[in-house]
Design a protein around this ligand. Structure first.
Ligand SMILES: Cc1cc2nc3c(=O)[nH]c(=O)nc-3n(C[C@H](O)[C@H](O)[C@H](O)COP(=O)(O)OP(=O)(O)OC[C@H]3O[C@@H](n4cnc5c(N)ncnc54)[C@H](O)[C@@H]3O)c2cc1C
Length: 480
């Protein structure tokens, strides 16, 4: 099998996906801002565990080369020491100037499995494959430029706008663009703003309202519950934004507005990714700023809620209250959260309480509560981003119980991960999307590192994906 896998990895991108068959999408995506009044309920039923394990149905029409590449990557990541070793190799190669060599290796392996390509053109065959399976796409220009210069942030903004324009060419099958806040504004600015928000809240916990300094006066501060994401000892000394930082904020707001304008112009939707706990309150503030303008009549912009955070449910309750008060719609992407290890290590280092749930069960309970909270708010639309089949099944059950129309909910998984979940949900008639990162290999590297680390936390899902891939590959080989 390993020999076959090696061959498949060397083969070109799967042009076999290109099909001349007419594309049939069972979703109402032509105009996502217009929700049908008598929208269909999730009548396809709740998929069972056996349905998610039906590899024949899930992988029907998917080429063998793709299956082998996926299986090989999952197998490699699972090898003890493989992830730390590859991260060390990345570090060493950049130190000794062997980045070209490393890039070629990454391009042939992880990039090929987890990314859609280096350009929009390269994405076409992936989009075609997804269309055949009734799966939508979210394009993610995955360059993460933390601490970037103004020129780099401007460049990222333009690339995101280009992505929105390219998505608009795909007749509703690419309804979303997404935005990682630290790609268009300095991460340090979000950290500073968060410290100010926390300081303000600490000074006056009963009135989580306007901040005193210039640029933020008109923005309503989200009333998070504790614990603070910031070292409380340092809060007393927090200084207002400097004039340079105010300039950064002003330019950041302008970039957010330009991306939102483009999304609105093309009648698409925008997902704002969640960041680390010590930056997220500032991202929430940006979301409210966007929401006040763009979510007045429909849900155009989605914020992300990380349910591993201790305050996730309080935060959602606060957001729902804010939306009701302001008459805005809520777009809510729900995730478990990607930075668990980093957050815990940081909290231990700073000797502050960890902001993360104590265990996986608590995160899952928080996820379930988040879905119930959001389903109960008629003006909320959900984007359920998870690879966890139990969470998908719970969402489908809640949709039935609470009579939630199909077109208020998207499910999503990352490209290169848990296709059986994606394809099964699509087969049952749910709206489901793949989050497809793309961009130049060197720029996407931090994303890939994050992905590899994250795979350690979703080993349950990765193991069952691997088993299903193995069964499907075996079944095809036997019948060949
Ligand atoms: C489409 C999509 C978009 C995403 N966007 C974002 C984003 O914007 N920001 C972001 O932060 N993440 C994002 N993620 C990643 C997400 O937060 C999760 O890290 C990832 O999806 C794994 O969670 P799961 O539910 O898929 O898998 P599962 O295997 O069910 O859950 C694994 C997750 O559970 C949590 N967990 C595991 N062990 C523990 C423990 N001991 N205590 C507490 N919690 C624990 C962690 O969050 C871990 O990542 C996105 C994921 C998807 C699919």
């Amino acid at each position: 099998m390993l020999r076959a896998a090696g061959k498949a990895l060397r083969s070109p991108r799967p042009s076999a996906w290109r099909s001349t068959a007419p594309v049939t999408i069972n979703h109402h995506m032509a105009n996502p801002s217009v929700a049908p009044i008598a929208a269909p309920f999730a009548s396809a039923g709740v998929p069972s565990l056996a349905d998610f394990a039906d590899h024949r149905a899930a992988y029907a029409g998917i080429p063998m080369s793709y299956l082998l590449a996926q299986w090989t990557m999952l197998r490699t990541i699972a090898l003890p020491g493989a992830v730390p070793l590859s991260m060390k190799a990345l570090e060493v190669s950049s130190r000794i100037g062997a980045t070209r060599l490393m890039e070629s290796m990454v391009r042939a392996t992880a990039f090929r499995v987890f990314c859609g390509g280096e350009s929009m053109q390269e994405l076409e065959s992936v989009l075609q494959m997804l269309r055949q399976k009734d799966v939508l796409a979210v394009l993610n220009y995955a360059v993460e430029d933390e601490g970037g210069t103004d020129a780099a942030l401007e460049n990222n903004t333009q690339r995101i706008i280009d992505t929105v324009e390219a998505a608009a060419q795909h007749g509703g099958t690419v309804p979303f663009a997404c935005l990682k806040p630290t790609a268009i504004a300095p991460a340090s600015l979000f950290t500073r703003m968060t410290a100010l928000i926390e300081a303000q809240r600490l000074a006056n916990p009963d009135a989580p309202g306007a901040l005193t300094f210039d640029r933020m006066q008109h923005i309503d501060v989200p009333a998070h519950s504790m614990p603070s994401a910031v070292d409380p000892a340092s809060l007393a000394a927090v200084q207002p934004l400097t004039s340079e930082e105010q300039g950064q904020l002003s330019r950041a707001l302008d970039r957010f507005a330009r991306v939102c304008d483009s999304v609105q112009k093309h009648n698409l939707l925008l997902l704002i990714d969640a960041e680390r706990s010590y930056q997220q309150p500032a991202v929430d503030m940006m979301y409210r700023w966007c929401s006040a303008t763009y979510n007045q009549h429909t849900r155009r912009v989605y914020n992300t809620y990380q349910t591993y955070m201790l305050d996730a449910n309080a935060r959602i309750a606060d957001e729902v209250r804010w939306c009701k008060r302001n008459g805005t719609h809520l777009g809510a992407k729900v995730v478990r959260g990607a930075y668990m290890h980093e957050e815990r290590e940081r909290a231990a280092r700073l000797r502050i309480a960890s902001p993360i749930q104590r265990d996986f069960a608590a995160t899952t309970a928080s996820y379930d509560t988040a879905m119930e909270q959001l389903f109960a708010f008629p003006d909320a639309d959900l984007f359920i981003a998870t690879h966890n089949v139990h969470t998908c099944m719970r969402a489908a059950q809640l949709m039935q119980q609470m009579r939630i129309p199909n077109d208020k909910v998207f499910f999503a998984q990352l490209y290169g991960m848990c296709d059986e979940v994606t394809f099964t949900l699509a087969r049952f008639g749910y709206r489901v999307a793949k989050y497809i990162p793309f961009g130049p290999v060197d720029g996407v590297m931090p994303y890939l590192v994050r992905r590899a680390m994250e795979n350690r936390d979703i080993m349950g899902a990765a193991v069952s994906s691997r088993k299903l891939l193995c069964r499907e590959i075996g079944a095809r080989a036997a019948s060949a």
